[in-house]
Design a protein around this ligand. Structure first.
Ligand code: DOR
Ligand code: ZN
Length: 343
């Protein structure tokens, strides 16, 4: 048995939903992470600092007694986001970024931005105020193959965007391709990326292993084995531009096991444990702390956590499901083992 002590990690990309669903899932994240960037794709979306303040209070109220977990809020950009909202957000102290969903790219993204020119003044103000832009990096044209949408987004959107706003700090969220890794490595200062556990652990073949696997469907969709290998190399490299963001995205079982299933993988129940598996398999456990606990905080210009967590290499079996409001969720690795557990 091996134990591993880590400075408490943070999750720089997390969906926790709202209401009874929120109450069902937040404890998993709070047991592991000090902070998390809370994605704003509620229905209706969290578009203003006032809405984020209220959502933040609902999250704090849903935390287990005694938890010191801190939700870090981000606002959902729309075509009509007011540049003055950037100042309200920056002055709030609890909003740490704005999320760009190209309209139609994923779950609850229909209110997203249809044309970046529409938010030029907002992006200018974000650059001036040092607000982080978090990007869902996929083009949405129906004729672009789903496996090419991220790579196409780099050329069509991200390269021009990063040149047009040379001071804008950008997180390329949940990267899935070798091209995204190369883009971040060669990008100007102020550009980083989050990487999920599923994109480090699985390739697209897993989606069809023995039949279609709706609980492994997320967006961006899993990619090829060479893409996965490139992501692992980036994560374990010690390069501070790559850091942890689970994109844990719970959906009730019946909405995934359906003729048209929702995108999203719930991993909050074993998030840091799954990353430990990846780093362990690559012989790079000594690099996990940088990826999980240092680089994200540094990029967001927040202090690192000061307390620690302990992981133990001791397999446990993930339950087949967890409660999710009045429904249930099927977690990542349901019914199978995870090699590490949290002490
Ligand atoms: O798989 C995903 N699920 N990708 C996203 O971008 C959104 C997320 C969700 O909110 O369910
Ligand atoms: Zn997400």
């Amino acid at each position: 048995m091996t134990t591993l002590s880590l400075l408490r990690p943070d999750d720089w990309h997390l969906h926790v939903r709202d209401g009874a669903s929120l109450a069902s899932v937040i404890g998993f994240t709070a047991a592991r992470f000090g902070r998390a960037i809370i994605m704003p794709n509620l229905k209706p979306p969290v578009t203003t600092t006032d809405l984020a303040a209220a959502y933040r209070q609902r999250i704090l109220s849903a935390l287990p007694a005694g938890s010191r977990f801190q939700p870090l809020m981000t606002l959902y950009l729309t075509n009509s986001t007011d540049p003055a909202e950037v100042d309200r957000a920056a002055d709030s102290g609890f909003v740490h970024g704005f999320k760009l969903y190209p309209a139609g790219a994923t779950t609850h993204s229909d209110a997203g931005v249809t044309d970046l020119n529409r938010i030029d003044a907002v992006l200018e103000r974000m650059s001036e105020r040092g607000m982080v832009l978090q990007v869902h990096g996929e083009v949405t044209d129906a004729h672009v193959d789903i496996f090419d949408r991220e790579a196409r987004f780099i050329d069509q959107v991200l390269v021009p965007l990063s040149q047009m706003y040379p001071k804008l700090r950008i997180v390329f969220e949940h990267i899935t391709t070798r091209q995204a890794v190369e883009f971040v490595r060669s990008a100007r200062a102020g550009i980083a990326a989050t990487i999920t556990p599923q994109h480090l652990l699985l390739n697209r073949t897993a989606l069809f292993a023995g039949g279609i696997r709706p609980h492994l469907y997320c967006l961006p969709v899993l990619k090829t084995e060479p893409d996965r290998v490139a992501l692992v190399e980036a994560a374990i490299s010690g390069d501070p531009r790559f850091f942890l963001g689970t994109d844990s995205a719970p959906h009730a079982r019946h909405t995934k096991e359906a003729a048209c299933g929702c995108a999203g993988i719930f991993s909050a129940h074993a998030a840091i444990e799954l990353y430990a598996e990846v780093f362990d398999a690559a012989g790079a456990l000594d690099r996990l702390e940088g990826f999980a606990s240092h680089f994200g905080a540094d990029f967001y210009q927040l202090p690192r956590n000061t307390d620690r967590i302990t992981l133990v290499r001791e397999p446990w079996t993930v339950p087949g499901h967890y409660p999710f409001g009045t429904h249930e969720i099927v977690p990542f690795r349901a019914g199978k083992t995870v090699a590490w557990r949290i002490a």
